[in-house]
Design a protein around this ligand. Sequence first.
Ligand code: SF4
Length: 694
Amino acid sequence: VADHGTPSRSVVTTCAYCGVGCSFKAEMQGDELIRMVPYKDGKANEGHSCVKGRFAFGYATHKDRQTEPMIRESYTDPWRKVSWNEAIAFAADRLKATQAKHGKGSIGGITSSRCTNEEVYVVQKMIRAAFGTNNVDTCARVCHSPTGYGLKTTLGTSAGTQTFASVDKSDVILLIGANPTDAHPVFGSRMKKRLRAGAKSIVVDPRRIDLVKSAHIRADHHIQLRPGTNVAVMNALAHVVVTEGLVDEDFVTERCDPVEFERWRAFASEERNSPESLAEIIGVDPQELRQAARLYATGGNGAIYYGLGVTEHSQGSTMVMAMANLAMATGNFGREGVGINPLRGQNNVQGSCDMGSFPHELPGYRHVADDATRALFEADWGVELLAEPGLRIPNMFAAAIDGSYKGMFVQGEDIAQSDPNTSHVEEALKALDILIVQDLFLNETAAFAHVFLPGTSFLEKDGTFTNAERRINRVRPVMKEQSELSEWEAVCRLAKAMGYDMSYNNAAEIMDEIARLTPSFAGVSHQRLDNGESLQWPVNDANPDGSPIMHVNGFAGGKGQFMITDYVPTSERSNRFYPLLLTTGRILSQYNVGAQTRRTENSRWHEEDILEIHPHDAEDRGIADGDQVSIASRMGSTTLRAELTDRMPVGVVYTTFHHPLSGANVITTDNSDWATNCPEYKVTAVQVHRSNRP
Ligand code: SF4
């Protein structure tokens, strides 16, 4: 790294990548950002960082950055640069014309987990108050929506229960479907430190990730399950806990609904849920499952950490509830070292959900059908709100193809690349009369847009991100905005052009409104954060300084609710045409669809997505290390370079989805979680052939 000398000033802000939410000192020389220095007083990272936060900021000034609004009649026409006034008027006229022709509910939009709480809040408000519809959804639909559903159903709150520091007090770490050393590196290092200090671990993952076996780390149990059998694993563990007398009876009696608990106890005791009955389905020795269950239940503080390997399944919500059942049954809530902790992929997944981005929930996870909640927002916003939930993202695509959904505002997301079954998504986007994309770059989705509104990078934003431990971190402007309007200003201008007056003097005022209307944010303000306080929601009269640990004196929803979690196999199974199962994940240097990291020096480390395949599966197909291979599912096919590795079990292959040319989502199916429609990215039956040898 070049030495850029002494900074002339510095600004403390928050990383724009993963849900750890590391704080950095952005060091400047004049208007140039010369380095990002991990901030030692940052509560989430305590002076640590990874290669993304430290080095991958160059995209903010990349030549691909678009800084002027653009419009075009049809997505096949060339773009025309126009003034903000013209772009906003064009967008509003088309949206209004679409509603006049097809009805109020024919338009909607998607919020972004990469944007600030304040930016997300104004977009959902614009859609509800100015568009007059609840057709608002979040990109969290395709990652952690089962977390919201499952945790709210069982515990009463749609959020992880612990602070990151809590892991230092864990005795047993149950890590399921997450690879924190690559995807959440700073927290992954903290977890590693705890494991090196003697904590035990159980890793549930088809892939042999670093935390199964690496320098000085050996997992006590690696449950190397078949993809798609998470719930069977949880039921097997629950069976052991219930039948071997390992339930924390005092905790359950005091904290949980007794009727639901007894129902669940009877369910978990059934022989069909024993490790021996489920071993063949899971593909793991029943004794390994029994020992893992005993370790989690009796080893001291047991903490569950999980990622998208839990949620992105047809039983994602069932699995979240199954984990909550297990943690309640063993008394692992309400203190340091325990709990259930979703590791959020994007920097503001938690916040975008908190801010009312779901079609059925206003900010603070309150249902749109609740009269008192609607009355509160109606009084403040001065409009009448709908009591019926709107469309989820997959329903928007389906309705677009049917012709009943014709207009869409997309905030900072590349749905054409990130959502499953790419050809279906593209068909939907082509069918729209008006697609407005607000982004830094002309991404894959913008290829189908009629209006492009330039967005702002995290280095220009003023607001807050909420990390995976519910910590509300300040994002401060480091550089001058590259476009004339900030994102929230552009949204307010569009709302006004649609006939709804929405205006603020600054982002702090938006947070004041959020606090006024959202009980869990009642005590949050930019001023408190700027005074150096670090707040984890809920922040309210009962918890004026925030809540590092949830459910300390009982569950937020009253009694903890045990749920029946029958294992239902996914319909996506290997067969003679598609004999392998594909699962997906991330690597350390890249981030999601790569829109940011591919425009930084990080791309030098990994310039393409790779297919990991076991040597036996490769040998059967005549594939050598480094060969180009074609990978096909019943949805489509693509080409990747193969890497032979025994990290993968026989019968399972793995790739990342960081590069658009690889097109991993051309292959993924339409299967989704039964409760939330979160796509089943993690299981796709595929065939792999050698395509040529370089
Ligand atoms: Fe950014 Fe996450 Fe890395 Fe921290 S761990 S620097 S938040 S990408």
